[in-house]
Design a protein around this ligand. Structure first.
Ligand SMILES: [Zn+2]
Length: 340
């Protein structure tokens, strides 16, 4: 999309938003992969399900927003619509173009697609090519960075300075490739598989990036902007009724940057979280791991810790917490661990 067109669209978009209530300070980001009934169900929504999602999102209380605009509102302390939602896709499969885009255009919704450049260059599997991505761009998409090779970034050893330099070089190489084909792209990076450690996160912060994981939760004033959560919306998460509850949630007000490194030696790992605002009734905070309820230990009025009794298995695990704030709405909090 050229700049003039982008500015024109942005103005139109802001005029549109000025007609809705701007009382929120957070956005919930959805992450999709496939829009198809022929791809692996675990990472897919069918076109029918996708239409159902967009149709529901086009009505109150939801407001689908442009991701760049929403992140900027949060970073500058400016308001957002009360139930703001942003739409993203990872990987760049062809079905986003054939099945997803026509519906997004029909509903007039902006979206972001994170692509791994080597899979696009080599047309791995059923990936889009650059020409197709240009067509997405012309229809409201922002194309952003999902690395060159889609490797497991932090399942390599040792995770030392040489590793970090190579990981960061992969990210900048992908950015160069995207910009060569599509023009300027925001400095946004979606971690492949949502996996990262603090060394990589801190490097991206130093270099001025915004980065996205795949732990669930919303983005708000206390978010860690190099570890932003997104709600998965495909596979078992595609059910609209449960997804709707998540999209009505707000991020639990904790200091996200101070959360532990997802990769830790301690097993089961202890999560310590510091609340930025006290909870009126901390008994209502409920935390779980793999379906097991976890007791919360309060170190003081605004610091709690949770630790399961059983060790975590290999791969990714998540601790999830919710807190009812009334009217069917929740604070939501999730922390992902990785045992390589
Ligand atoms: Zn991916």
């Amino acid at each position: 999309m050229n700049l003039v067109k982008y500015v024109r669209l942005s103005i139109l978009f802001m005029l549109l938003l000025s007609t809705v209530a701007m009382a929120g300070n957070s956005v919930n980001i959805l992450v999709y992969h496939h829009v198809s009934s022929e791809t692996p169900p675990s990472t897919s929504v069918t076109p029918q399900q996708f239409r159902q999602h967009l149709s529901a999102l086009s009505e109150g209380p939801f407001q689908v927003v442009d991701l760049a605009w929403a992140l900027n509102q949060i970073q500058t302390g400016a308001p957002l619509p009360d139930n703001a939602v942003a739409i993203t896709f990872d990987d760049g499969y062809n079905d986003i173009h054939t099945n997803g885009m026509p519906l997004l255009v029909e509903f007039g919704m902006p979206f972001t697609v994170f692509v791994s450049t080597e899979t696009i260059d080599r047309r791995f599997g059923d990936m889009m090519d650059w020409e197709t991505l240009r067509d997405l761009q012309a229809n409201g998409a922002t194309i952003a960075n999902h690395s060159v090779k889609h490797d497991y970034f932090v399942r390599q050893f040792p995770l030392d300075d040489v590793w970090l330099a190579a990981a960061y070089a992969d990210i900048t190489e992908a950015q160069t490739r995207i910009e060569a084909e599509l023009g300027p792209s925001p400095k946004w990076f979606a971690y492949p598989y949502g996996e990262f450690n603090h060394a990589l996160r801190d490097k991206l912060q130093q270099e001025g990036w915004i980065a996205f994981g795949q732990q669930s939760g919303g983005v708000g004033p206390y978010s860690d902007f190099q570890a932003l959560p997104r709600f998965p919306a495909g596979g078992i998460y595609a059910n609209w009724n449960t997804l709707k509850t998540k999209l009505m949630s707000r991020p639990l007000p904790v200091d996200y940057h101070a959360l532990p490194d997802p990769i830790t030696q301690l097993n089961p790992p202890q999560l310590v979280a510091r609340l930025k605002e006290p909870l009126p009734n901390r008994q209502k905070l409920n935390c779980f791991v793999n379906g097991e309820w976890l007791p919360t230990h309060w170190e003081n009025a605004q610091t709690f810790s949770i630790q399961p009794t059983k060790s975590l298995g290999a791969g990714r695990s998540r601790y999830n917490c919710t807190y009812s704030i009334g009217d069917g709405a929740f604070y939501w909090f999730s922390h992902q661990w990785l045992r390589p």
